[in-house]
Design a protein around this ligand. Structure first.
Ligand SMILES: Cc1cc2nc3c(=O)[nH]c(=O)nc-3n(C[C@H](O)[C@H](O)[C@H](O)COP(=O)(O)O)c2cc1C
Ligand code: SF4
Length: 365
């Protein structure tokens, strides 16, 4: 098996096994609409040879704005501009998916004057902010928001939608015993902590149609000891999602505690032995599944990815920082499989007014 070979995801043809993992650019306008700057970035990405583009984290409820410049799919008025984006990606012979979710207390936006929900009122270690514990009605509105977002994604013409259940946002908080202290049917056992995700998944398929692909990005492991999601719990949820017809799972990991050093965006990963850093946990989970599995985190070397592809049940590889820095890396790899990515994994990707790789920001000065 090769990275540069065509495969199928259900009825969709994938020209290669590379995915662009959802990557927030911070270039939408204040109402979450696609701007020319957003379109330009996705044009460069889709021209660069990646087979499958997952458009960044997009908010599902109108009152939510997790980060500055985040996209929104919270109302029908967003559909037309998102269609322009999907068309650009498709016109460059890449598939277009979109990631949707609810941010919650993992936010850099002001929290005064708006209600920010969480599974429990536990302070977020990234910003010290404690959200409002959700009632059952609040949970229902998020599930309904996810379902409507999936229907809008279909109307736009995306090839599928991805649930964001990773990286400390609402759904991964529900999964994590660190954030989820509930004693009702949404807290406690993994069956309860995973309930909001399974109910959202079912509602999304019911509203957008069983044939509309719904993917999920979730943790293989929170790397947070007994306070986090374990590999066994992640496997349980994956099996439940598989039974319900999830179309693919993208596995990330880590946690959002800045003190822990176990972030999903690991720095200092230039050495080959530090790359593809969730391969051990994800290979273990993938052995028990038949649905397509996408590995994200530190995929920087074609040879290593092909080794994982041939030695495990992992079929696809997702890249964020390397493509953020060098959108045409897949085309370069096709000509020279030994090519080293330009990205140095310094994690200085964020910038006010739009996330541009620091190497390009320095050049502009
Ligand atoms: C600037 C930036 C924005 C990101 N935004 C998102 C996002 O919107 N959704 C998401 O699931 N992950 C997001 N991530 C995490 C990446 O998708 C990916 O999981 C992580 O960077 C590890 O992959 P990598 O080693 O290829 O960068 C972001 C990462 C960066 C650097
Ligand atoms: S800022 Fe650093 S980590 Fe981010 S894309 Fe550029 S080189 Fe990579």
């Amino acid at each position: 098996m090769k990275i540069f070979e065509e495969t199928k995801l259900g009825n969709i043809s994938l020209k290669n096994r590379l995915w662009r993992s959802a990557t927030w650019l911070g270039m939408a306008d204040d109402d979450g609409f696609v701007t020319d700057a957003v379109k330009e970035q996705y044009k460069r990405l889709s021209e660069g040879g990646v087979g499958n583009v997952i458009v960044e984290f997009t908010n599902i409820l109108p009152e939510e704005r997790t980060y500055p410049g985040i996209l929104s799919i919270s109302a029908d008025k967003h559909v037309d501009k998102l269609k322009e984006l999907a068309d650009i990606i498709h016109s460059n012979n890449a598939n277009a998916f979109i990631q949707v979710g609810y941010g919650g207390s993992t936010t850099s936006m002001p929290t005064e004057g708006r209600i920010v929900w969480g599974p429990s009122a536990v302070k977020n270690p990234t910003n010290g902010f404690a959200p409002v514990e959700m009632t059952h009605d609040d949970i229902k509105s998020v599930i309904e928001g996810m379902a409507k977002a999936a229907l809008r994604a279909r109307k736009v013409g995306f090839d599928g939608v991805q649930i964001h259940a990773a990286h400390g946002y609402l759904f991964s908080q529900f999964l994590s015993p660190y954030f989820n202290k509930r004693t009702d049917e949404y807290g406690g056992s993994i069956e309860n902590r995973g309930r909001i995700i399974l109910e959202s998944f079912e509602a999304m398929k019911a509203m957008a149609g069983e044939d509309f692909p719904v993917l999920i990005k979730m943790h293989c492991d929170d790397e947070w000891g007994e306070n986090g999601l374990t590999v066994q719990e992640s496997l349980w949820l994956s099996i439940e999602l598989e039974k319900r017809g999830v179309d693919a799972i993208e596995f990330s990991g880590g946690n959002i505690d800045p003190e822990s050093g176990n972030s999903a965006l690991k720095p200092r990963i230039l050495k080959q032995e530090r790359q593809s850093y969730y391969k051990r946990q994800v290979s273990k989970i993938a052995e028990q599944l038949t649905i397509p599995i996408i590995l994200v985190g530190g995929n920087r070397n074609l040879g290593i990815m092909e080794e994982i592809l041939n030695d495990s049940n992992i079929s696809y590889f997702s890249l964020s920082r390397t493509l953020h820095s060098e959108p045409d890396l897949p085309n370069k790899w096709m000509n020279n499989p030994e090519k080293k990515p330009r990205c140095v994994a310094c994690n200085k990707c964020l910038a006010p007014g739009g996330n541009i790789c620091i190497i390009d920001r320095k050049r502009k000065k």
